[in-house]
Ligand binder design. Structure first.
Ligand SMILES: [Zn+2]
Ligand SMILES: [Zn+2]
Length: 584
């Protein structure tokens, strides 16, 4: 096996079988269903008798049993069988029989795989010699969960057993450390502790409410993106959050997004929808007049909320919500201007994510030439557009790879993946070329020869959904926002109550210098006040005691660098200003 990724996937798949074998030895009445390899390991779903269901505490025993069986699995051999043989092998297990029926109906091959004394229905893809290929300490069972058969809540609730599996014990340990750290940094937990956002049962799930702290952070992020857009020639536009159904019929979204749209029937019986995206509205701003080639491109920026009717079960913190703000932008340009416009957006994306220390990787999402029927527009137009994207990535010497078949049906795109501080990868910004919407809305400009020229559109959100970006940023930083972004930048802490007056003067001077300062006048003890400031991840605190007052200075301490020393207020302001300007 040369491909390490594939070998790991085979190993995880094999471990799913091993889990099943161990469960059947310990729980002979259990009915196994399916058990695939997943990103970090594997799982297997079982139906257990109600009084014989394993608890979390039983996972250790199952794991032990797996290790006991493993040395006897020297190979996994497959055998093709007919439907009757397959049915006989799984008589009494309605789940496997359902799968067998489906495979047979599709006239696909039915194969059984055997290792040691254990046989399962399977397509194949295993470790060749599990006993040799799988280190006994490179996997562990991690948790139990409920899962409906085939993910449908009308079906029986099964018990899912999850396992983690990596190449080595060390890789497994590193992954577990990362998981623990990720749980510490969970944005839902930190969002509450740092008082950034909240949810209300009365308002509804998936509808985040932003507190003063959270709103401040959002606005600072948005202002930062806007400052770069303005420099690149963008202008702001504004749109209502609802529209007549007809707009989406014309754009094609009514058909495609029907189920995800929040629909409204007016008292006059007209159907409106809450906007799930902004592009169709923006086309109508562009379409308000006839443009000359001299006036192209038109670049519209608009940070605004979109709404999607996500299913309740899919909602999660800020990662998946029903209302989210997009820092959206659309460029209406000539085909000859695509490269220049993409380059400008590229620079903004890199500057923005670089500020937070995200490492970016780029995917050129291209069309699949084997399925031209899936895409709009002819082959030559696609080739030209895709060559342009490739040129851009080459010119920028980017770390990029190509994803055939990853394009949208209306055009190729550049997808940016960000590596966070825990080594996880998130898809963040995307720059999309759109040859479809200008066609549907008949958008054009007058060319040098006086004829109508079809234009193209570029979708260019930098953060994408601000909610989702905030969830990534909170976890990436662990809530330790840089000074420019921290809701409270400095906490002024008097050592004792007798220092309160002096502390208040310092606090007011900082406020006057536009520093977001907070004063702790509580009668809590000094240590407790310092801990509270640390828990809120405030970047700096200023301590004022007798020695400071005598010296006419204050003591500055940094969240990240520790004790800095005695400084006067002027020095502190200058230091903060410099750090804020540099967005360090
Ligand atoms: Zn298998
Ligand atoms: Zn768009």
């Amino acid at each position: 096996m040369n491909d390490p990724q594939l070998s790991l996937e085979h190993k995880r798949h094999t471990l799913a079988h091993l889990l099943c074998a161990a469960v059947l030895e310990l729980y002979p009445d259990a009915k196994p269903t399916i058990g695939p390899a997943i990103d970090n390991g594997f799982y297997y779903d079982f139906e257990f008798a109600a009084d014989k269901r394993p608890a979390e505490g039983d996972l250790k025993d199952i794991e032990k049993k797996m290790r006991k069986i493993l040395p006897s699995w020297k190979e996994m051999t497959g055998k093709e069988v007919n439907e009757k043989e397959a049915r006989d092998a799984f008589a009494g297990n309605p789940y496997k029989l359902e799968l067998i029926g489906e495979i047979a109906a599709k006239k696909e091959k039915l194969t059984l795989y055997t290792a040691g004394k254990f046989t399962d229905l399977c397509r194949g893809g295993h470790s060749e010699n599990p006993a040799k290929d799988i280190a006994a300490d490179s996997f562990k069972l991690s948790r139990l969960a409920g899962a409906y058969w085939r993910g449908d809540e009308k079906n029986t609730m099964l018990t899912r057993i999850y396992g983690l599996a990596f190449e080595t014990k060390d890789e497994l340990a590193a992954y577990e450390t990362m998981l623990k750290e990720a749980a510490e940094r969970d944005h839902k937990k930190l969002g509450r502790e740092l008082d950034l956002f909240t949810f209300s049962d009365l308002v509804g799930s998936g509808l985040p409410l932003w507190t003063p702290n959270g709103t401040l952070v959002r606005n600072l992020l948005d202002d930062y993106v806007w400052s770069m857009r303005r420099a690149a020639g963008y202008v702001k536009v504004e749109i209502p959050h609802i529209t007549k159904k007809e707009l989406y019929e014309k754009s094609g979204h009514w058909d495609k997004f029907k189920d995800e749209l929040f629909k409204i029937t007016t008292r006059e019986g007209h159907i409106f929808a809450m906007k799930p995206m902004n592009c169709p509205h923006h086309t109508q701003i562009f379409a308000r007049k006839k443009w000359s080639y001299r006036e192209m491109p038109q670049r519209y920026a608009n940070t605004t909320t979109c709404y999607r009717d996500e299913q309740t079960g899919e909602l999660s913190g800020l990662s998946r919500v029903r209302a989210f703000a997009q820092d959206d932008a659309h460029v209406f340009c000539r085909e000859s201007q695509v490269k220049e416009e993409f380059l400008k957006i590229w620079d903004i994306v890199h500057a923005f994510y670089g500020t937070f220390g995200f490492k970016l990787r780029v995917r050129l999402s291209l069309h699949d030439p084997k399925h031209p029927e899936k895409y709009l527009g002819d082959e030559s137009r696609w080739k030209k557009a895709e060559d342009t994207l490739r040129e851009i990535a080459d010119e920028k010497k980017a770390d990029y790879f190509e994803g055939a078949g990853e394009a949208a049906f209306y055009g190729p795109k550049l997808d940016f993946m960000a590596h966070d501080s825990l080594g996880r990868e998130w898809q963040v910004a995307t720059i999309q070329l759109d040859m479809n919407m200008p066609e549907r809305f008949d958008l054009s400009c007058t060319s040098e020869t006086g004829t109508d020229e079809r234009i193209v559109m570029i979708h260019a959100a930098i953060m994408g959904s601000i909610e989702r970006f905030m969830s990534i940023l909170i976890e990436h930083t662990g809530g330790n926002f840089p000074l420019w972004l921290a809701p409270v930048q400095v906490k002024v802490i008097p050592v004792m109550e007798t220092h309160n007056d002096a502390a208040r003067k310092v606090h007011e001077a900082l406020r006057a210098a536009a520093i977001r300062s907070e004063l702790d006048e509580s009668n809590a003890g000094f240590g407790k006040k310092v801990r509270a400031a640390k828990n809120m991840r405030i970047p700096y605190f200023i301590i004022i005691g007798d020695k400071d007052i005598a010296a006419g200075k204050v003591t500055l301490e940094s969240r990240d660098k520790g004790q800095i020393g005695q400084l006067d207020l002027k020095e502190i302001s200058a230091r903060f200003e410099q750090e804020i300007r540099a967005r360090e």
